[in-house]
Ligand binder design. Structure first.
Ligand code: GAL
Length: 975
């Protein structure tokens, strides 16, 4: 008896698991829009049928006349799992684990497969349709992005299949087109051999997620061309040569250039830089077509161990950008892309790493136009192989090399004409191997005008820059000093952090300290914060969903929400911090002498685009403003500028100058007056407030103690009212809802404070009352605050005094036992029942923690309690205002309010739930406001750090346990 065996799926579907990149597609080429050749967008509503396996259906749907009447519809561009209200499956989030068994190149039998159908007629003015013969002429069908593998039929003819999700694929189709009734059929498989190369940390989202376009290709039109536009900074000239596969002419009216393709011409030009993105409009004229070009002249070299553009070393103030939209996933429209670029420019970001794949090409047009340095990264990551010590890694297996080279070529050919791209990146977290070397060699051969980046190559075998991710401050410092060892080649190279400062949840902390190192060492050319945007999925149940919310069997939770902007692109405090830390104008000085030193930290631009303004504040109130005349300093230059005489010279209270550098006029990316940089300089420091203890606590017969404006419960020693304001539960508080950075990543070898805190029981501290003592001038309450099962404790004494109208609380904390960990926070918490508005003098308008307070500007601020909350996608400690001198909280706008002044500046937090409720919540929708507003007045806060994927807070930002004293003065105000 014979047994017949078949491989699965059947041979007809073998392309799905074939390591080859595909067949039938045209060679890769430049991506551009023609000015006169016709094109037809095939975006829109497509008919759609989902099958559970790759081979569930035959290909009869691809022919003309097929009845798809009962099919569903999906929007193209789009991901089917984000459409159909769950009927088409769901997204899956994993960081580096493959969500299928690792057996390359095999994929699961359960392989969601979406058949897509689009019927279309050629427009009447489609050139060759209009001719007498009615033939369609030359035409190309372009797919800009399909995840992960597609097979395409036009009018029943199988025209090919491809992989490489975030790369374009084109097919010659003119011979198949009909004037009317064309049927385009696309079968998309979620899993393919290509999935092994696309293990980026993001949602797995199948679908035709970028544009589908039919492009007319007139006879005599170019298929591909390469713009070479360099800049000689010594001569001030640019050299232009455009190579084209079809001969033609290049016209640059602004430079009086009219030359043949292939011919070089050198003329004086304005160079392109990210700070001065000057583009020349040009046209490539071939016999069949006119192609508009935007040419930027610039030269990128590795020289003296530095990345130089136009002769100068540059400093990346970068971000890693994934493409993300909370409703549409990686299907982004032009306005969303523009919003990203504008937000970046407005927050002093000057560089983007397109992590971890080439973005929609329109994004690169925007980078050219508005000015951003771009590290264009190939669509390649094989991170999951780390689980098997990189065995079978496709980048070290020659069978996969054609696919790798195909990906490199599709990126380089598509994007080569963008001046903004200064480096090609081979991919991300793919280990090391011959395939990467082959990619690097191919890229160098094709485009010697840019540098090559790859982080996984610590020996810098294939790269022009030593790149790392999440190196801590000490290591970055060593690298900057050249004390990091390593192979000889590496020691000669510049250093960047292609990822650092993990912006997950509250944070990242320590940005300012990194920036100081980046600016101190020439070899260090900056970094790219991880990452730009939280990939939260808009979801009725949760607001924004993250990993696990779709029932995935394997997932990495909210690790997918680690951006500087929230999923809806609202800037998070982390972005505001980054903006301040990387501001390209550095100001410092002495407010007493009235001199401000202004340094231009741009690499290319002088300061002529900026105006400078001063304001003068007394106790946070602005009492004078004016304009400061500052010379148009060249990049790298600085000057001392004298401030005017102070409008009033009050010495008894805090007075300070604020100097702002603002846009002098409207620019392409920001309006006149937009603040680029600022500094605050003290004229006179804050005077400490004193409360003379003039009142005696009095115990009445009803279990109450009266002291000045306050009434206390005699049994607990806790205040019940201050003036007419009810106060509940005032106690020492050392707990905060751990941030993602407190919790740390599970693989972190170092101490993870959030984990230790919970282990110690800091979230369940018990308060033992030891004594309530009344003396002539004070009420003293002695307590011991400690968690169960531990001998660690914080002996806490509350000493209350009053001068009659004001009530002073002095807290002294004496630790007992061997405390090995810092505290989350240290201060008091109290509840107020009638409060919804706050005004304060201190840091604002947003939150700040010890290592995230650079952007916290001292001033007078006002907010509702609700608006004090920072909506991190996974709820966690947030919203503290730093350096608060005083705060008033009450029912506004016409308070009565409780006023709190700090003996020292303090952290102020108010929320309509407790820290415990905040800690328990998984999504913002779990937080239900109660009637009580819980106020934390903190003498200390633990720093934030970046341990969700990097180093924890530096020691100086840690809240070490030790004997501590702090005080607050409470009063009731009625205005
Ligand atoms: C890096 C990786 C990123 C992302 C990040 C953590 O290792 O390159 O893709 O996973 O860590 O969010």
């Amino acid at each position: 008896m014979s047994v017949r065996t078949t491989s699965s799926p059947s041979p007809e579907f073998s392309y799905v698991e074939d390591v080859s990149p595909g067949s039938g597609a045209l060679p890769p080429r430049a991506w551009y829009a023609s000015s006169d050749a016709a094109s037809l967008s095939l975006n829109g509503s497509w008919r759609f049928r989902l099958s559970a396996t790759a081979d569930a259906e035959d290909d009869s749907f691809a022919g003309r006349g097929y009845d798809c009447g009962d099919w569903a519809e999906v929007a193209v561009p789009g991901h089917w799992v984000l459409q159909g209200d769950g009927a088409f499956g769901a997204p899956i989030y994993t960081n580096h684990l493959y969500p299928f068994p690792v057996d390359p190149p095999r994929v699961p039998t359960r392989n969601p497969t979406g058949d897509h159908l689009r019927h279309f007629d050629l427009p009447d003015d489609w050139p060759d349709v209009a001719d007498a013969k009615g033939a369609a002429g030359g035409a190309v069908l372009r797919f800009d992005g399909v995840e992960s593998c597609a097979r395409v039929w036009l009018n029943g003819t199988d025209i090919g299949e491809f992989k490489g999700s975030r790369l374009p694929h084109e097919f010659t189709v003119g011979h198949l087109l009909k004037p009317t009734g064309n049927v385009l059929a696309v079968r998309v498989h979620q899993w393919s051999a290509g999935s092994y190369l696309e293990d980026q940390d993001q949602w797995w989202l199948p679908g035709i997620f970028r544009d589908v376009t039919l492009l007319h290709r007139p006879a005599g039109s170019a298929l591909d061309f390469f713009v070479h536009a360099s800049y000689d900074h010594r001569e001030g000239t640019g050299t232009l040569r455009v190579d084209s596969d079809v001969d033609g002419r290049i016209l640059v009216p602004g430079l009086d250039i009219d030359v043949e393709t292939g011919q070089a011409i050198t003329v004086p030009v304005r160079p392109w830089t990210a700070e001065t993105p000057y583009l020349y409009d040009a046209t490539l004229v071939t016999p069949g077509e006119r192609v508009p070009l935007r040419i930027g002249f610039r030269t990128v070299v590795l020289e003296d161990g530095l990345i130089k553009v136009n002769g100068r070393a540059i400093l990346f103030r970068g971000v890693n950008r994934h493409e993300w939209h909370p409703e549409h996933g990686r299907a982004l429209d032009l306005e969303t892309m523009r919003e990203d670029v504008l937000l970046m420019k407005r927050h002093n970001v000057n560089a983007v790493r397109t992590s971890h794949y080439p973005p929609h090409p329109a994004f690169l047009d925007l980078c050219d136009e508005y000015g951003l340095w771009v590290v264009d990264e190939c669509d390649l990551e094989t991170h999951g192989f780390t689980e098997q010590a990189w065995r079978d890694n496709p980048v070290d297996d020659d069978r996969w090399t054609p696919a790798l080279l195909d990906r490199a070529a599709r990126m380089v050919e598509r994007d080569k004409n963008h001046p903004s791209i200064v480096m090609w990146s081979l991919g991300n977290e793919a280990g090391t191997g011959r395939g990467l070397t082959a990619m690097a060699e191919w890229i160098r051969g094709r485009d010697g005008s840019r540098l090559i980046h790859y982080e996984g190559d610590w020996n810098c075998r294939d790269t022009d820059v030593y790149s790392r991710m999440y190196a801590d401050h000490a290591e970055v410092d060593r690298i900057g000093r050249g004390q990091d060892g390593g192979p000889a080649k590496r020691r000669q190279l510049p250093f960047i952090q292609c990822e650092y400062a993990h912006a997950m949840g509250n944070g990242p902390g320590g940005l300012a300290d990194y920036q100081r190192l980046f600016e101190a060492h020439e070899r260090i050319q900056g970094g790219f914060v991880w990452e730009w945007i939280d990939h939260g999925v808009e979801d009725e149940r949760y607001g924004f969903a993250y990993g696990g919310d779709f029932g995935e069997e394997l997932h990495d939770g909210n690790f997918v929400c680690d951006g500087l902007v929230f999923p809806d692109r609202t800037p998070s405090p982390g972005l505001l911090e980054y903006k301040k830390v990387v501001e390209p104008v550095r100001m410092e000085g002495d407010g007493v002498d009235g001199v401000v030193r202004i340094a231009n930290r741009h690499d290319f631009a002088d300061l002529s685009a900026l105006a400078f303004e001063w304001s003068y504040e007394v106790d946070g109130e602005t009492v004078g403003t004016g304009v400061l005349t500052v010379p148009a300093l060249a990049p790298g230059d600085s000057a001392d500028v004298k401030l005017p005489e102070p409008p009033v010279d009050v010495r008894q209270t805090e007075t300070r100058w604020t100097v702002r550098a603002v846009l002098a006029g409207d620019t392409a990316w920001g309006p006149k007056g937009h603040v680029v940089a600022w500094v605050q300089l003290w004229r006179a420091p804050r005077q400490l407030i004193g409360v003379t203890a003039r009142r005696r606590p009095v115990l009445d017969g009803r279990g109450r103690i009266t002291l000045g404006p306050a009434v206390f419960a005699a049994r607990t020693g806790e205040p019940a009212t201050v003036g007419g304001i009810d106060v509940i539960g005032l106690k020492l508080d050392a707990w905060r809802a751990p941030t993602d950075n407190d919790e740390g990543a599970p693989w972190q070898p170092d101490i993870r404070h959030g984990v230790l805190w919970r282990k110690l029981g800091l979230h369940r501290m018990q308060h033992r009352l030891d004594a309530v003592e009344l003396s002539d001038d004070a009420l003293t309450v002695r307590t011991r605050v400690a968690p169960a099962a531990s001998d660690l404790a914080l002996r806490t004494v509350y000493r209350w005094t009053s001068d009659g109208t004001r009530l002073k609380l002095a807290v002294s904390v004496t630790p007992e036992g061997d405390w090995q960990v810092p505290l989350p926070r240290l201060g008091v918490r109290l509840g107020l029942t009638a409060a919804d508005r706050v005004r304060w003098h201190g840091g604002g308008p947003g939150e700040g923690y010890p290592d995230t307070d650079s952007a916290s500007m001292l001033g007078r601020w006002e907010s509702s309690v609700d608006d004090l909350q920072t909506p991190y996608v996974r709820p966690q400690e947030n919203g503290a205002r730093a350096d608060v001198r005083w705060a008033e909280i009450g029912r506004g706008p016409d308070f009565p309010a409780l006023r709190v002044e700090g003996g020292l500046p303090f952290w102020f937090t108010a929320r309509r739930w407790t820290s415990e409720q905040l800690d328990a919540a998984r999504h913002l929708t779990d937080l239900t406001p109660g009637d009580t507003v819980w106020v934390n007045l903190d003498h200390g806060q633990q720093g934030i750090g970046s341990q969700s994927c990097g180093p924890g807070p530096l020691p100086r930002y840690q809240l070490a346990v030790g004997p501590t004293e702090f005080s607050f003065v409470f009063s009731e105000i009625n205005s």
